[in-house]
Design a protein around this ligand. Structure first.
Ligand code: AQP
Length: 327
């Protein structure tokens, strides 16, 4: 079985973008692949986090993983911070990363733009992500489009390590969905939908109540035309809504275009809202059951133990190859 690894940051309320671009694919891959899914809490602290909020968000993301359909007896579900090898290999990978490589990262540029003070961790974030992936010798990494550049760096560093110190790491491949890899903001189709946005109207949170979802979709920006047509260049807002619709139903983009031909945006938006509600409501019901059951910490402990076995063996091998003394 090919090995899959991915993760989500507990940096806010996961959005429909996180679901469509990543989580939905985690669930699909778990039965055919050897899967490791983390909540990357150490990445979340690359921007300031309130301690109580971090804890709540970490529990919430874990519960959403399970509510969306991840089975912790099939996939290994764990917290990045509980397997200390991530931090150790992260440091070693930082020493192999060039400043120029990190300076080119668009996520760093976006997240640091206009800020007076930017943490060094935000800059070295990609090196830790490299370690997350290489520590498990992952073959495939399901991510949205925004993580593609970090994955290219991971491949470069795996190759760099292998050629300097001898064959060690598998070169991972990104697994990026064809539709829905980049869900855009509801208020500005030039920006991706993001859970850390300060404008709650720009995203649909996976835990938004049905009426909130309906309201946000009815207010979503469109153009002044009335054609429901998929044309990302000329109609980015409507195209984004069509992608969401296709991902939340079993309709293709062409079927959606045909269904709303000549009807304007009203009926389209109404049905889209119902498709999103139908996708998220069952997840929300399971989420509430899971939060009440108190099972999360047990799941995370079991996941930590399984992950640590792999991580420990890999880190030892890496340290040995680099010339560290292993006692
Ligand atoms: N808008 C998006 N469309 C499709 N996929 C997306 N992903 C994120 N936004 C979209 C994918 O979700 C996974 C988890 O993301 P993350 O938690 O690592 O954080 P991120 O990529 O930085 O996404 P956010 O939601 O914008 O978080 P913040 O605001 O904290 O930075 C990844 O696979 C990502 O590609």
């Amino acid at each position: 079985k090919l090995r899959v690894l991915s993760g989500m940051q507990p940096s806010g309320q996961p959005t429909l973008g996180n679901y469509i671009g990543a989580l939905k694919n985690y669930v699909k891959l778990q039965h055919t692949h050897d899967c490791y899914f983390m909540v990357v809490d150490m990445h979340a602290v690359t921007v300031p986090q309130d301690p109580a909020a971090l804890k709540e968000q970490t529990e919430s993301v874990t519960a959403l993983y399970l509510a969306a359909g991840l089975d912790p007896n099939v996939a290994t579900v764990f917290l990045q911070s509980t397997v200390h090898e991530h931090a150790e290999l992260g440091w070693l990978m930082t020493t192999l990363t060039n400043m120029g490589e990190l300076e080119r990262m668009t996520q760093f540029k976006d997240k640091s733009a206009g800020k007076d003070s930017v943490g060094a961790g935000l800059f070295t974030y990609p090196s830790l992500m490299v370690a997350d992936i290489l520590l498990y010798n992952a073959d495939l990494v399901p991510v949205g489009d925004d993580q593609k550049q970090h994955l290219e760096l991971t491949r470069d560093l795996a190759q760099r390590f292998n050629s300097r110190f001898g064959d060690t790491f598998t070169i991972p491949e990104p697994y990026i969905p064809k539709v829905g890899a980049r869900i855009m903001s509801l208020d500005d189709a030039s920006k991706k939908m993001s859970k850390s946005s300060s404008n709650a109207g720009s995203y649909i949170a996976m835990l938004d109540a049905p009426d909130v979802i309906r309201k946000k979709i009815s207010r979503a920006v469109t153009d002044s035309g009335r054609e429901v047509k998929f044309d990302p260049q000329h109609k980015p807002e409507v195209s984004n809504l069509i992608s969401i619709y296709a991902e939340c139903s079993d309709k293709s983009i062409a079927e959606i275009e045909a269904q709303y031909e000549g009807q304007g945006y009203g009926p389209f938006k109404k049905d889209l809202a119902e498709a999103v509600v139908a996708t998220l409501e069952p997840i929300q019901i399971r989420y509430n059951e899971i939060r009440q059951s108190g099972e999360l910490y047990e799941v995370l402990k079991q996941g930590k133990e399984r992950a640590a076995v792999q991580a420990d063996a890999m880190l030892k091998q890496v340290k040995e190859k680099m010339g560290f003394i292993i006692l």
